[in-house]
Write a protein that binds this ligand. Structure first.
Ligand SMILES: [Zn+2]
Ligand SMILES: [Zn+2]
Length: 342
């Protein structure tokens, strides 16, 4: 078995975590695959969406994600872009959309096109027999102002197909991904230009004036034609990508600290805090000293641990450093760290 095969087997065996399982309308299934500098891909299945946050690896769980957010250009966050495109094509899934920092749109299109050239064999059968994205289809998408579809002039690569749509995600944008899903990117504080995102889900909610009424009374009002519910956009998930703690201490979007699930980088759990500052990451000390910042966050998933820490070190450090109130809603994403430290 090759190293890659072993990785795929391990990724299959690694576990999903369910958040808010007692609330079907809020239930989130999350698969974490993240080690600092190595690979990050967080897959989230929500009530009506499948989303990957970064694509520095393409574990089997990520293939079905038809929306992929890329936070920055470090290879551990975007290096498996072409694998994701190729694997979706191979199993007959339609092209995904990739939401990436504006300055990376053209380089990532160029890389994807070059991988198409390297891969060759465009007429090879795929398992599901889905239609490929033709150059003609792609050109028609040029009408869409959000799709950067420029080609590398030198290579004349306008004619080279890529299996996906690469879209600019700019801080402050409201990007509608589907009827019930949108994302809002925000700038983070890393050592290269980087963004995080807020994921909003549309949910039908009882109007506040009817809260607390007994079910029979509500049913009677509904029979009389009263409008009892309204649709609201809720901040479901926050994703920090790579960042210093400043983005949490002074959040660019207030909703970042009101989300149901905050997927947050935590690279260092021990050692000097100036290393985190230097490399543009968070340190556990940041969270233990500012725990009250997270009072209104539903739950936290820490990811992106340094490979210098063992999974046991991570768990012990989190258990001993964080105050009880924060610790009780924290989960450490260790699937990839367990693999790389085994
Ligand atoms: Zn990283
Ligand atoms: Zn980075």
């Amino acid at each position: 078995m090759s190293h890659n095969d072993e990785g795929a087997e391990t990724a299959k065996a690694a576990s999903w975590v369910e958040f808010f399982a007692d609330q079907p309308q809020n239930k989130l299934r999350v698969f974490d695959w993240s080690v600092s500098g190595f690979e990050t891909c967080i897959v989230v299945h929500g009530p009506s969406f499948r989303l990957a946050l970064d694509i520095g690896a393409c574990p089997p769980q990520a293939i079905s994600a038809d929306h992929v957010f890329i936070s920055h250009g470090h290879v551990d966050h975007c290096g498996a872009l072409h694998q994701h495109m190729r694997r979706r094509q191979l199993v007959g899934l339609p092209p995904a959309t990739y939401y990436v920092p504006e300055h990376l749109v053209q380089p990532l299109i160029d890389i994807a096109r070059l991988f198409s050239v390297v891969h060759g064999d465009e007429d090879e059968d795929n398992e599901g027999g889905s239609a490929k994205l033709s150059t003609k289809d792609k050109k028609s998408k040029k009408e869409d102002a959000t799709v950067a579809d420029g080609a590398s002039a030198e290579a004349g690569s306008d004619e080279i197909k890529i299996y996906g749509k690469i879209v600019a995600a700019t801080p402050g944008d409201d990007l509608q991904l589907s009827k019930n899903l949108r994302i809002r990117p925000f700038a983070t504080d890393h050592r290269v230009p980087s963004i995080g995102c807020l994921v909003y889900c549309k949910r039908s909610q009882l109007l506040p004036k009817y809260a607390g009424l007994p079910g029979a009374e509500l049913a009677e009002l509904a029979r009389n034609g009263e409008q009892l519910r309204e649709a609201r956009w809720e901040p479901a998930i926050g994703y920090t990508g790579d960042t210093r703690f400043t983005v949490l201490a002074c959040p660019p979007e207030p909703d970042l600290l009101k989300v149901r699930l905050l997927v947050c980088e935590l690279t260092y759990v021990e050692g000097p805090t100036d290393t985190a500052e230097k490399y543009g990451h968070c340190h556990l000390h940041d969270f233990s000293s500012r725990a009250n910042l997270f009072d209104n966050v539903g739950q936290l998933l820490f990811v992106h641990f340094s490979r210098r820490h063992s999974p046991d070190q991570v768990i012990n450090a989190v258990l001993t450093s964080l105050p009880e109130e924060l610790r009780s809603k924290v989960y450490c994403g260790l699937n990839a760290l367990r693999f790389y430290r085994s």
